[in-house]
Design a protein around this ligand. Structure first.
Ligand code: TRP
Length: 222
């Protein structure tokens, strides 16, 4: 008997360093659970990481390996989840170019996540690549025809942008891509070691998945 076709999930991260407990509670745990129910794709978005880290491309290969190792350590099973590196699928870059013809600059400029990230990084004249990363994210999501995208709230504008691109593409040319839906996790943000703000690498208040037992003890006992 033919097996019922599973829905397909795509999700991922920008490789910008070690993953920490906040990532575990906020998304990784959920992905480990979902991989059993869905056909799961996990992208290590190295090209997207370049939108902010373009001055230090030499760090990328180490960061890609770090994220991949962290995935395996938390129980992402490479037998059931397809883990892949964005730059190794050139079709994603190709699709990004075609999508860029049907996205307007104003749509991108009004994206609230782009606005708040630009403010956070202090960009007053952001690059074309940074402004356009939601277009490349739409290519990440659609090249494998994903139906569902498990994300945090901050990523919702990008899923909305993807849906808009898909509708326009399908209407103009042929009904090729499914319109993906966000699967929002209502998981609270983990508080950092300072007890004040959310756990994050830039605030230096994180427990990393790769920390040794001694390191974790030292951090927790402080
Ligand atoms: N923008 C996401 C983040 O910063 C990472 C990402 C890249 C992503 N491509 C994706 C997430 C596709 C979901 C789907 O966390």
């Amino acid at each position: 008997m033919a097996e019922k076709k599973k829905k397909r999930i795509l999700t991922g991260d920008r490789p910008t360093g070690k993953l920490h407990l906040g990532h575990y509670v906020g998304s990784l745990q959920n992905r480990v659970r979902l991989q059993k129910e869905y056909d799961t794709f996990l992208i290590i978005a190295d090209v997207q990481a370049l939108t902010t880290n373009f001055e230090t491309p030499e760090k990328l290969s180490r960061d890609v390996r770090q994220v991949a190792t962290d995935y395996l350590a938390v129980g992402i099973d490479p037998e059931v989840t397809t883990i892949f590196v964005q730059s190794m699928v050139p079709e994603i870059a190709e699709l990004t170019v075609f999508y860029s013809m049907i996205v307007t600059v104003n749509q991108l400029r009004h994206n609230p996540t782009i606005k708040s990230e630009a403010a956070q990084y202090g960009y007053n004249d952001m690059t074309y690549g940074f402004l356009g990363y939601p277009v490349s994210q739409a290519a990440d999501i659609t090249f494998c025809k994903a139906n569902l995208v498990p994300v945090g709230e901050d990523q919702l504008p990008h899923i909305e942008q993807t849906r808009r691109i898909v509708r326009k593409f399908n209407n103009l040319y042929a009904p090729v891509f499914p319109e993906p839906e966000a699967l929002v996790s209502d998981i609270p943000r983990l508080v950092g070691l300072d007890g004040k703000s959310k756990m994050s690498k830039s605030l230096d208040n994180a427990i990393y998945l790769s920390d040794s037992e001694e390191e974790v003890n030292r951090k927790v006992q402080k």
